[in-house]
Design a protein around this ligand. Structure first.
Ligand code: NAP
Length: 320
């Protein structure tokens, strides 16, 4: 059930820790800080609680699930586990953070929270192709989530953009629905892992357009085709498509920080590796908003654990 806070309840209350984000990093940090008796508040998000795994099908590589587990089930389990130890999950977005000083302030639409420490686990968002017409076709053929939208393209031609594990995972899933699935990749070699490549190459409904970029999306009210440009020759061609699934990586979600923390050149939060301290005392960061290399559910969970332990150590050092 969705829960909102009465702003007045929060007056003069200073929490030990507020966790912003509810993917594997946020929920793992919540489990650990809750078990440590720190009564964490998790701002889980108004619309997208559970993070990216809520839009995933089967997760086969999270240790402990020998037969795999559906992404949303894994996240529900993590949330329940955190709640079991007393974590308070609030389904609101953090809209503004004031991170300086010994007491941090975190605003949502419904409340203002104060905390001695903050764990940022805001994850990342889908990278867009960047075409001017892309936003206007979103929901009219352009999608960033095959499990959410694949069904709408039953027996229609589908394009998947990208060459990593995400693109092939989307393509394999979509091959059940589409009349054809064409993976458009800007090089002639995939970035995806071998196991995913083997599965995609063995799938008769998946074909590849190598050395190609989508340079236009066409159609009256819905997507009807895409224009592909050859990255070697510059030649263009039009390919019929009802669905265009974009799976070209992610961008860290740091917009609410408003420049308060040091970021790397790609916009990821800089932390004191292998720890999770950011450039601001009492503020810790974990998961995909920090990590642009590994980006797995298990590595995000592990860094959420490290953030929780770092918070415990910080509170012991600074507040006793
Ligand atoms: P990724 O590995 O960064 O791959 C992004 C792909 O998009 C690359 O092939 C890249 O091309 C292409 N690309 C990037 N920008 C582009 C642009 N502007 N136009 C066209 N193409 C562009 O991202 P990911 O596939 O989302 O995977 C992220 C992480 O999650 C990886 O560690 C991956 O292993 C993991 N993951 C694992 C699974 C699994 O089943 N185990 C499933 C999904 C994701 P280049 O190759 O030319 O750079």
């Amino acid at each position: 059930m969705q829960k909102r806070r009465d702003e007045t309840l929060e007056e003069n209350r200073v929490h030990d820790v507020v966790i912003v984000g509810s993917g594997p990093a946020g929920y793992t940090a919540a489990i650990y800080t809750a078990r440590a008796g720190l009564n964490p508040v998790v701002l889980a998000g108004a619309m997208a609680a559970g993070g990216a795994l809520m839009n995933t099908t089967e997760v086969e590589n999270f240790p402990g699930f020998a037969q795999g587990i559906m992404g949303p089930d894994l996240m529900d389990n993590m949330r329940e586990q955190a709640e079991r130890f007393g974590a308070e999950i609030i389904f609101e977005d953090a809209t503004q953070l004031d991170l300086e000083g010994p007491v941090k302030t975190i605003h949502t639409d419904g409340a203002v929270y104060q905390a001695k420490t903050v764990i940022l686990a805001t994850g990342s968002e889908h990278r867009k192709i960047g075409l001017p017409e892309e936003p206007s076709y979103s929901g009219k053929g352009v999608s960033y989530c095959a499990t959410c939208d694949g069904f709408f393209f039953k027996d229609r031609p589908i394009i998947v953009v990208g060459g990593g594990d995400s693109a092939l995972q989307e393509a394999i899933f979509l091959s059940r629905f589409g009349s054809s699935v064409t993976v458009v990749h800007r090089r002639d070699e995939l970035r995806a892992s071998k196991v995913m490549q083997d599965r995609a190459f063995a799938n008769e409904n998946i074909r590849f357009e190598w050395n190609s970029k989508v340079t236009a999306i066409n159609g009256e009210s819905q997507v009807e085709s895409v224009t592909l440009t050859d990255t070697q020759t510059g030649d263009t061609r039009e390919v019929p498509a009802s669905g265009v699934f974009v799976a070209i990586g992610h961008l860290p979600r740091t917009e609410i920080l408003g420049g308060q923390l040091d970021l790397d050149e790609n916009g990821y939060i800089l932390v004191d590796q292998p720890g999770t301290k950011t450039s601001m005392p009492g503020v810790f960061a974990s998961g995909d908003v920090v990590d642009h290399v590994y980006r797995q559910a298990i590595t995000a969970a592990a860094s959420g654990c490290r953030a929780a332990l770092d918070v415990e150590a910080y509170l012991l050092e600074n507040m006793s």
